[in-house]
Design a protein around this ligand. Sequence first.
Ligand SMILES: C[S@@+](CC[C@H](N)C(=O)[O-])C[C@H]1O[C@@H](n2cnc3c(N)ncnc32)[C@H](O)[C@@H]1O
Ligand code: SF4
Length: 417
Amino acid sequence: MKQANASAKLTAGSPANQSALAESAKVGSWGGATGTTNPGFGLYLHWPFCQSKCPYCDFNSHVAAAVDQNRWRSAYLSEIERAGVETAGRVLQSVFFGGGTPSLMDPQLVAAILEKVRTTWPMSNDPEITMEANPGSVEAGRFAAYRQAGVNRISIGVQALDDLSLQRLGRMHSVSDAIKAVEIGQATFPRASFDLIYARQDQTLADWKAELQVALNLAPTHLSLYQLTVEEGTVFHERNQRGLLKGLPEEGLAADLFLLTQEMTENAGLGAYEVSNHANPGEESRHNLTYWRGGDYIGAGPGAHGRLSFGGKRHATEAIRAPQAWLDAVERENTGELPRSILDPGEVATEYLLMGLRLREGVDIRRLEALIGAKLNWTAVSDLATEGLLEVLGDRLRTTQTGTLVLNSILRNLLVT
Ligand SMILES: C[S@@+](CC[C@H](N)C(=O)[O-])C[C@H]1O[C@@H](n2cnc3c(N)ncnc32)[C@H](O)[C@@H]1O
Ligand code: SF4
């Protein structure tokens, strides 16, 4: 998923889903060690095109008859150059090609972008370079060329391991295409992840148990497991409004599906490090951790968001959302960016809390206090801890597993506005 576009989907795509979860779910402990590190510095590139529009998807993704990849190449290179001037000398730790469907990009375009990135910033020793991909066989056949260009991590949108569900989700691929793509991805890239959507129409606990087991049998080292969210502006939303989207789970079943997911992934050594993201230790998405830990990132491409800290201020950037308008603006005005804003300390703190409480490691209390000042409701922290929804471990504040089920209401309680 994923950035500010992604970043928005990080809060929503997964657990806007949280709102669908029951407040009454049974407790479990997240357990495990806490810890935090350098939040990192990354580059997100948004490719806004897809072969078809999935009826549940509210990402900035569009179907276009033809895309002139040479024009897009010049525009991305120009935006990278502009961002490079502003952030000169910073060490880049990750690049993320998100979408849309970036696996529709010509491998030469990806290679040119990565070449420009390497000449623009010093890179860390082991930069993480991720691409989101759809399992269509055409794209899977291009994996080797993307690897050659420098991509070292693939994130494949499998969505379901059941053909009827794939049809209902409007996907263009079959289960067998998806499994093939995962196998090719695992063989081609040093790191591979895939996404599944659960809490789908008519899905029982037993169905999901069997399906998740098939997924785990593919021996992933990272999995993104999102609850289906009916997003405004999508075909699913319209169908739902008209009473035609039948068989979505009730809150109790949604909570049970979430808890089963935690149990099965934990047992398979892929514990949740974020509400919807599971990994073997060390296999977490470093790029996405940068968002959740409140780090800096550049957003390039239509609708991409960025966060840049300099001069003692945190700047929020946002690019023009419509693909053609973004392309025209970059070509004519040398920038695809909308006017920037500077986040005030309360906004910085709120964002840090919103993002950080999604993580198993939680947030750093001292950093939070420095940011949030009087805005954190400590009485609420104490009450929520007594209720078993939050826990303080050394200098970290984090949700318990039960707390994760009611994350949105915890956040409302913690923030005094
Ligand atoms: C940008 S999309 C995926 C990339 C790629 N185009 C694909 O569809 O395979 C990122 C992920 O967000 C998840 N997602 C998108 N819309 C969602 C929704 N309404 N509810 C839950 N998950 C969603 C899907 O798992 C998807 O793989
Ligand atoms: S292919 Fe991916 S980005 Fe495109 S519409 Fe479907 S879910 Fe959205």
